[in-house]
Design a protein around this ligand. Structure first.
Ligand SMILES: Cc1ncc(COP(=O)(O)O)c(C=O)c1O
Length: 420
């Protein structure tokens, strides 16, 4: 017999293996100061491109005031208990209806965390007779939801409509045999690569196949579409999305999220979603704060226009400088480079230490072997001066990268990490 703790000590996991070297600098870095493009890291001022604060709401005075008033009026404890038992309020109900109206659905339901909610939504929507068809690059919350349910599933190649069609044919045969239905799941905006789920083409497949469509629009809500109502609005196919889901963790710069659909579906979710039935209600300051955020997302089209100006200026500037941004069509700005962990580490250290620019980097297994990806998130809180400063830095970075300057042993992080 083995001791469980001994095994855990010996197997830190795919991310944990970098823990010692990367702690406090690459992983669990501590950004200090008000949430926005200009923060403190490791004792110096940095220009931050890592926050999903798309609409720049996180540090807007009216948002902070709404949060503070929510906390002063109700406290963080209220309401106590799960929604069904003792945690319901008229504010929760009002926010749900406002969100549903905004995304063009009959009804909505608030959730505490997007990740947990998605798992629970999938659990509610399918029975063991149903069949799920999903995109291969779906977010972990979808993948983990799939692992929870007994429904069988088929995966289609990322955004490949021929592959989807094939899997729908397979799913149709199985669903007919089992007497079940089909649920297709994908994302509006893929959060790592920034490309869009082909929602219009997926919805068009409803003419050939009978299925329901669940969309995780975490990165599309507030950013995509003419009014910010999401990726379905962008493609003009919001009505074809049967169940719409988004978190408050991105453009809403908060915590929580919501799911919206037909009234009878939401009624069903209210009584069956285990992540909500067995959890405390979303605290009042979050609800009051979310109301203010939603109001700003709905009314301040100028903020969204500025965000897109920042996004487009940054993305076209990077492309002009020879950087590969993949297939992004959203604010998410991945910069793909060939290289290993050494290159990734040296490049990010150079950016942070010599240019005071903070952005995140991903390596294998998030991206293929020998590829590294800088992930830049332009927001409405950035200025065009911030963009220019970054483009100037990236011009210099490119010269060094092309000359192989980053292809050397990883520096001793303990020397760099003055914060520790
Ligand atoms: C696509 C996607 N879905 C769901 C989530 C989870 O949302 P939350 O942070 O509210 O748990 C995230 C990340 O936050 C995400 O990027």
């Amino acid at each position: 017999m083995k001791d469980i703790f001994e095994r855990i000590k010996a197997t830190p996991g795919p991310l944990g293996q970098y823990g010692g070297k990367a702690e406090g600098y690459f992983m669990f870095p501590k950004l200090e100061g008000p949430m926005g493009p200009h923060m403190r890291f490791n004792g110096k001022d940095v220009l931050v491109w890592s926050l999903n604060n798309y609409m720049g709401l996180a540090d807007m005075p009216e948002v902070r005031q709404a949060d503070a008033k929510g906390a002063a009026d109700f406290g963080m404890a209220a309401p106590m208990g799960a929604r069904m038992m003792s945690g319901d309020t008229v504010y929760h109900r009002q926010l749900e209806q406002d969100l549903a109206d905004f995304v063009g659905k009959e009804a909505g339901y608030l959730v505490n965390f997007g990740y947990q909610a998605m798992i629970s939504i999938i659990d509610c929507l399918v029975s063991r007779r149903d069949v799920i068809v999903y995109d291969s690059e779906s977010h972990a919350c979808i993948m983990d939801g799939l692992r929870m349910v007994l429904a069988q599933r088929f995966v289609y190649r990322h955004n490949d409509m021929e592959s989807l069609r094939l899997q729908l044919q397979n799913a149709q045969k199985l669903a007919e045999k089992q007497g079940g239905g089909i649920l297709v799941i994908t994302e509006g905006v893929f959060g790592m690569a920034g490309d869009l789920g082909k929602l219009d083409e997926i919805v068009a497949l409803k003419k050939e196949f009978s299925f329901r469509l669940l969309i995780d629009d975490a990165h599309g809500f507030g950013t995509m579409g003419k009014t910010g109502a999401g990726t379905g609005e962008h493609f003009g196919c919001q009505d074809g999305i049967d169940v719409y889901f988004a978190t408050f963790a991105k453009a809403m710069a908060g915590i929580g999220g919501f799911v919206a659909s037909k009234k009878y579906i939401i009624e069903n979710l209210r009584f069956n979603m285990r992540s909500q039935i067995f959890a405390k209600s979303l605290p009042m300051p979050m609800v009051i704060g979310a109301m203010k955020r939603l109001e700003l997302i709905k009314t301040r089209q100028d903020i969204r226009a500025h965000m897109w100006n920042v996004v487009n200026t940054l993305q076209s500037g990077l492309k002009e400088r020879g950087f590969d941004l993949g297939n992004t069509n959203s604010p998410v700005t991945p910069v793909y480079l060939k290289g290993n962990v050494n290159v990734a580490t040296n490049l990010v250290v150079d950016l942070r230490e010599n240019y005071n620019i903070f952005c995140s980097i991903t390596v294998y297994p998030v991206v293929p072997k020998d590829v590294i990806m800088l992930r830049i998130i332009p927001t409405a809180a950035h200025s065009l001066e911030d963009v220019q400063r970054t483009l100037d830095a990236f011009s210099e970075i490119k010269v060094k990268y092309d000359a192989g300057a980053y292809d050397k042993e990883i520096p001793n992080m303990n020397l760099i990490n003055k914060a520790e």
